[in-house]
Design a protein. Structure first.
Length: 135
C-alpha cells in the first residue's frame, strides 16, 4: 500500500489509467514495447491507446510480454528509467521459462512457432549490448 494517491514517478494523482497509461515513465515503457513489436513486424499489436493495454494481441508471445509489463507497472516500487535492456530482460525471462517447459514436454516446435522472430531479436539485442559494454 502507498501512503497517498500521488504517483511516485511524477507526482500526479495516480488513477488506474495514470498507473497503466498516462504517466510519462509508463508511456516510455509502452514506447519500448511498441519498438519491440514493430521490430518483429507486428505493427497491429502495438499499444497506441489506453484501451490497447487491455486488448489481447494476435500473438500469444506478445500477450505474455504485455502482461508482464503490466505486472511490473503495478508493483509498489514503480518502474522508472527503463531502456531496451529492461524489455529484453523480461523477454528472455519469459522465453527461457517457456523453452524449458517446451523441452520438458517435448513440444519445442510449438515454442519456436510461438516465439519465432522474438528469439532472434533477443539474441541480437544481447549481442549488441555486450559489444557496447565491452567498448
Amino acid at each position: 500500500m502507498t501512503s497517498n494517491d500521488k504517483c511516485p514517478r511524477c507526482g500526479d494523482v495516480e488513477s488506474t489509467k495514470h498507473l497503466l497509461w498516462e504517466c510519462g515513465q509508463v508511456r516510455h515503457i509502452w514506447s519500448l514495447f511498441n519498438n519491440l513489436v514493430q521490430s518483429v513486424g507486428s505493427h497491429c499489436d502495438q499499444a497506441l491507446k489506453y484501451d490497447d493495454v487491455y486488448t489481447a494481441t494476435s500473438s500469444a508471445a506478445i500477450n505474455l510480454i504485455k502482461i508482464r509489463l503490466i505486472q511490473e507497472m503495478i508493483q509498489i516500487e514503480r518502474p522508472a528509467g527503463w531502456t531496451d535492456i529492461h524489455i529484453t530482460k523480461i523477454l528472455n525471462e519469459i522465453m527461457n521459462c517457456e523453452k524449458y517447459n517446451a523441452t520438458k514436454s517435448n513440444s519445442i516446435t510449438k515454442f519456436y512457432n510461438k516465439w519465432g522472430a522474438l528469439t532472434n531479436l533477443s539474441s541480437n539485442i544481447i549481442n549488441a549490448t555486450n559489444q557496447t559494454q565491452n567498448r
